[in-house]
Write a protein that binds this ligand. Structure first.
Ligand code: NI
Length: 167
């Protein structure tokens, strides 16, 4: 296992669409191990492979802070197959947008299909904080960041703060 450096905006690798995993082999499983280690080290509740510069559709998540609905799992090639019309707002942060946060509106409940670490097809119904976290991480696989949902004014304030702190 190894810690991997997390990319920070405006790194353009965060904006690329990640490719599906074709074969779940040792290299994908050790990627997952590294992602869990990196996420826990950085005290994040989710991490997507593009955040460590790997353009594959892999995410890890640990929302065990949510006692009722929390989950710890890795998802390969996740697809949102259904989402509720009713929304919820959570204050979101992102390891690639360090030390910043903002409120984002997303679906309250989603259904996700994915392959697990062993390549077995799984279906997950997620709600509350876990649903928000999953939507945030799956966005990363499509080159999308939570700041994209904010007004241009709020987005620019956050981008400028990160630029000042990390350039
Ligand atoms: Ni993020």
């Amino acid at each position: 296992m190894a810690l991997r450096p997390v990319l920070v905006i405006p790194d353009q690798r965060l904006r690329q669409v990640a490719k599906p995993v074709k074969t779940i082999d040792n290299s994908v499983q050790s990627l997952i191990d590294d992602m869990f280690e990196t996420m826990h080290h950085e005290e994040g509740c989710g991490l997507a492979a593009p955040q460590i510069g790997v353009g594959l559709r892999v995410i890890v998540m640990d929302t065990s802070q949510d006692i009722e609905n929390g989950l710890v799992l890795a998802l390969i090639n996740p697809v949102i197959v259904d989402k509720s019309k009713d929304n919820q707002v959570f204050k979101e942060g992102c390891l690639s947008v360090p030390d910043q946060s903002a409120q984002v509106k997303r679906s309250r409940e989603i259904i996700v299909e994915y392959l697990d670490r062993e390549g077995k097809k799984q279906t997950l119904v997620a709600s509350d904080f876990t649903a928000t976290c999953l939507q945030h991480e799956i966005d990363h696989l499509n080159g999308k960041l939570y700041i994209d949902y904010l007004s241009p004014l709020k987005r620019n304030i956050i981008i400028n703060r990160v630029n000042q702190n990390y350039s």
